[in-house]
Design a protein around this ligand. Structure first.
Ligand code: CTP
Length: 399
């Protein structure tokens, strides 16, 4: 199940440390590669030798090994891990993680790691209830870490209450689930449009808009994380896109239309986040238009509505998602688009929301689905918004 996954276990100084031997066994049995890093205090509760034998790897707790003079590279270890599980996590370590304190090898490795982090706290009930512990756990969650909540039960102090580390079997299940859901879209093809379109007026001028492409690119990256095969039809944008995404660069609405239709039939999920021009010049002047008269008229004709054209041919097994950027009567207008374009759901963002929309790192959306379920979300980074949109897609029964 976990074959080839690199799991780094961080053990801190709590009595629950003895339970980690079982977790190492379970992970090894499931095929994971396991490395262990311990704080000095953790060695009072379980020996490095036990963990080294079970993990079949050296156990790290210092920057240098005295006998060999060799140094342990915390950066390398952090990069090696696909998942870092800190269990048990003491109140002391939680507080240091929140504040970026780095006075032991485990904390240096934590600060160097880029992978998801799971934290299983364990401490006595009053320490667990303390506002500072609560605040620290909340903060760690805002860093994007997953907290494996402590359980109620008999504690080492003899008291009864919440503070016991979650059982190793259940921590193992959570680790397993993480790797399963993280590839939830493997084998699926996802087609996304993003960015503005440029409608040529003459060789040097165009009609464009302020779309940066950020939202659509965040969606493409989230789809990739979920294991999908991703094609991104992208209008002019300065943002770098992950090499594993099949990017089709286009300029005009017509080019976007043609690129999209090459991929529609094979796609399972289609999301149109591009800000497509609704009108384009009827004729493109072959030479630069000179300033001659007091006024200039350029005749515009409608572009093709790409989303609507896909809605018209969409099959039942395909999921189609559109965006609506509205300034007035937001919900009513979005609902009209949802119906007329035959969408599974529409993502509404209003220009009235501060820090949402064009150019910003953040967005504030509502999702309206075809069964008229409406959900309003908080202002979030576009990466988090992309996660919400894919959670909604995954919740639909036909995926
Ligand atoms: N869209 C599209 N092709 C177009 C215009 C829009 O695919 N020619 C898609 C956008 O990518 C978005 C959705 O349609 O997912 C809604 O875009 P929006 O501009 O808000 O709506 P329009 O249908 O163009 O309506 P209006 O501009 O009148 O609000």
């Amino acid at each position: 199940m976990l074959t080839g996954k690199n799991i780094l276990l961080g053990i801190t100084g709590g009595i629950a440390a003895y339970k980690i031997a079982l977790l190492v066994r379970l992970l090894k049995k499931a095929g994971a590669n396991v490395k262990v890093v311990m704080t000095p205090a953790a060695k009072e509760f379980i020996t490095p030798l036990t963990l080294s034998v079970l993990s079949e790897n050296p156990v790290y707790s210092k920057f240098s090994e005295n006998q060999t003079g060799k140094w342990n590279n915390h950066v390398e270890l952090g990069m090696w891990a696909d998942l870092f599980v800190i269990a048990p996590a003491t109140a002391n370590t939680l507080a240091k993680m929140v504040n970026g304190i780095c006075d032991n090898f485990l904390l240096a490795t934590y600060l160097s790691s880029k992978c998801p982090v799971f934290i299983a706290p364990a401490m006595d009930l009053d320490m667990y209830k303390h506002p500072s512990t609560k605040k620290n756990l909340d903060t760690l969650q805002t860093f994007g870490h997953t907290i494996i909540d402590a359980q109620e039960g008999e504690l080492a102090s003899g008291l009864f209450g919440k503070g016991r580390m979650e059982e190793s079997e259940l921590i193992f299940e959570k680790i397993n689930d993480h790797f399963q859901t993280s590839k939830r879209l493997s084998g699926k093809k996802v087609l996304i449009t993003a960015g503005p379109t440029y409608e040529q007026i003459d060789p040097v001028r165009f009609i464009g808009n302020h779309s940066s492409g950020k939202m659509g690119i965040a969606l493409a990256e989230q789809a990739l994380k979920l294991g999908a095969d991703v094609t991104l039809v992208l209008g002019p944008s300065d943002i770098e896109v992950n090499d594993s995404i099949n990017v089709i660069n286009i300029l005009s609405a017509q080019e976007m239309y043609e690129a999209v239709h090459k991929y529609v039939a094979e796609s399972n999920i289609i999301i149109m986040a591009a800000a497509v021009a609704d009108y384009t010049p009827k004729e493109v002047s072959q030479s630069k238009i000179k300033k001659k008269t007091d006024s200039l008229e350029i005749e515009l004709v409608p572009t093709k509505d790409i989303l609507k054209s896909v809605g018209a041919i969409k099959k039942d097994h395909q999921i189609l998602v559109g965006f609506a950027l509205e300034t007035d009567d937001e919900q009513a207008n979005a609902k009209k688009k949802l119906e007329s374009k035959n969408l599974d759901f529409i993502v509404l963002n209003s220009l009235k929301d501060e820090k949402a929309g064009f150019g910003f790192e953040t967005n504030k959306i509502s999702i309206i689905d075809k069964n008229n379920n409406i959900k309003d979300y908080e202002l979030k980074t576009k990466t988090k918004v992309a996660q919400d949109i894919f959670d909604k897609i995954i919740s639909l029964s036909n995926i």
